[in-house]
Design a protein around this ligand. Structure first.
Ligand code: GRF
Length: 208
């Protein structure tokens, strides 16, 4: 971590294993970034202890303390700005973010979702994949827009769906892929060598 590292903010609601993968990627020198703050809407999120163990500042911002979504979003934005965050990474953050939030960080909010979007958006993506009988599923990192799980796709990883999979076994296989994918996607976003063409995120080639 250097003083010139780009400042990211990670939003969590629970376990925080993707947060841990980001912490580890930075610690191992695979990702040049600094986690400025980890914010949780739940005080009992296990990921808060992971952040504290890594010496990262944490903030609990309970959504119930706010009258409506837009007031909550505004408080999140204010906190992230106070910590100088330029890229927001949602990592199991279980709150929908409205226009107040999305417009405050244009093309600078990432989310990770446990399916190959646009298949199986929303809750219980792994169970949806099993019910549908797909043979391949995976994980997607995408830019967050006002539409749920529908922003431009930054990176994807595929995993097989096995005949004896349960939602738990498939989730575990996808999660392992998530942990490799998220740091990679953050690196891509931060290096700035990409552009949007409609809803497609295209990587620009470095100059020859
Ligand atoms: C992951 O499966 C992620 O794709 C989804 O929520 C889960 C978060 O897990 N959005 P963790 O808190 O990072 O362990």
């Amino acid at each position: 971590m250097t003083s010139t590292s780009r400042r990211i903010g990670v939003l969590i609601s629970g376990r925080g294993s993707n947060l841990q993968a980001i912490i580890d990627a930075i610690g191992e020198g695979h990702l040049d970034a600094e986690i400025a703050v980890v914010i949780s809407n739940r005080a009992d999120a296990a990921g808060l202890a992971r952040a504290a163990a890594a010496g990262i500042e944490t903030l609990v911002l309970p959504h119930r303390a706010f009258t409506d979504r837009s007031a909550y979003d505004a408080a999140l934005v204010e906190a992230l700005r106070a910590w100088g965050v330029e890229l927001v990474c949602l990592a199991g953050f279980m709150r929908l973010l409205g226009p107040t939030f999305v417009e405050a960080f244009p093309n600078a909010i990432l989310n990770i979702h446990p399916s190959l979007l646009p298949s199986f958006p929303g809750m219980d993506a792994q169970a949806q994949a099993l019910t549908h009988g797909v043979k391949v599923s995976g994980a997607t990192v995408h830019l967050v827009t006002a539409d749920l799980d529908a922003g431009p796709i930054v990176a994807q990883a595929a995993v097989p769906v096995l005949e004896d999979d349960t939602a738990e076994s498939l989730s575990a296989r996808i999660l392992a892929a998530e942990h490799r994918l998220y740091p990679e996607a953050i690196r891509l976003l931060l290096n700035g060598r990409w552009r949007l063409d409609g809803r497609r995120l295209l990587e620009s080639r470095p100059p020859q």
